[in-house]
Design a protein around this ligand. Structure first.
Ligand code: ATP
Length: 292
């Protein structure tokens, strides 16, 4: 977790990690905050003190997370750890009981998901949500944001602009479909795609919104190994082009090969955060998985 043995930050981080009186999640959040203070850029996403209960189940328990700009950050944990719930809280798909979320320096926990999407934070789902009886191209076009033609009156008064905008969106959609290897399926029903191709389509739809951060919920689940490699290649390429990712994934090979940093949740709480290698050798993380 600590970069250099001589770093004066070490003692500060050590002191934070050890005291027994502080909650583990507070400690992790503090450690990350101290490290972030060293970094020239503010994190793109920071959430802290998040709580969510469903009836008697405490799904998220004082959790924190941070995603640095330009990173591919992983979110892992045993089944039922609260990963998807945390995604839902970050995007306000579900309202948190308490806590705050800052995206790109702005508080977003009070905003509806569409406003958060317009600011540049979007997600994909564990089970891909393509509209099966629409074409792949139409699925892509539906995802584009702030289209003039969405306004009824504009369709009367700005017909030329709308036609031009549609042409540009179509071109952009085709370029994205080419980059995810689905251009040849553009006019097919989305229902004809395989599970893995649907996941790629979901990523394509997310890209149509010109995001800064994409939250991917299990991009490799149910996908054949060849397509997993293809999906990982695309994620790395988009990341090199400037996109930041937060990824929930059970496939540890994917996490290890893609992520700069990994956050571990267990029973709704932060269990650890660090590089993939640090997480892989963390005894508490191993125990949480084995004890499942
Ligand atoms: P998995 O890896 O299996 O997908 P997860 O880490 O994403 O799991 P969540 O789906 O966030 O875990 O679930 C965390 C806990 O919250 C579980 O106990 C789950 O049953 C519960 N939970 C999640 N959503 C709801 C809901 N809408 N109503 C009631 N309980 C819920």
């Amino acid at each position: 977790m600590v970069d250099e043995p001589t770093n004066p930050l070490n003692s500060e981080i050590e002191a934070l990690v050890n005291p027994s009186s502080i909650e583990q999640s507070d400690v992790l959040a503090e450690v990350e905050a101290v490290k972030a203070a060293q970094s020239p850029e503010l994190p793109l996403l920071v959430a802290s003190g998040l709580n969510k209960s469903f009836g008697g189940i405490r799904a998220i328990d004082n959790a924190a997370i941070e995603v640095r700009k330009g990173s591919i950050t992983g979110l892992v944990g045993p089944n039922g750890a609260g990963k998807t719930t945390l995604f839902n809280l970050l995007l306000n798909f579900i309202r948190s009981d308490s806590g705050r979320v800052l995206f790109d320096g702005e508080p977003v926990h009070h905003l509806p998901p569409y406003r958060i999407a317009r600011m540049g934070m979007v997600r994909t789902f564990q089970v891909a949500r393509a509209l099966s009886r629409m074409s792949v191209m139409d699925n892509m076009l539906l995802a584009a944001q702030k289209q003039t033609g969405e306004n009824f009156w504009m369709t009367w008064f700005k017909q030329r602009e709308i036609a031009q905008e549609e042409k540009q969106q179509r071109q952009k959609a085709m370029e994205i479909l080419e980059s995810i290897g689905l251009a040849h399926m553009a006019s097919e029903y989305a229902g004809a795609l395989s599970g893995g191709q649907r996941k790629l389509l979901e990523m394509g739809r997310a890209l149509m919104t010109d995001p800064k951060l994409i939250l991917l919920d299990e991009p490799a689940a149910g996908v054949n190994p060849t397509l997993i490699n293809q999906i990982c290649d695309r994620i790395q390429r988009w990341n090199r082009e400037g996109l930041t990712f937060l990824i929930i994934e059970h496939n540890m090979d994917v996490i290890m090969s893609l992520c700069d940093r990994v956050w571990v949740l267990a029973e709704g709480r932060n269990l650890a955060a660090g590089t993939p290698a640090e997480i892989q050798s963390n005894p508490e993380v191993l125990e949480a998985y084995l004890g499942q």
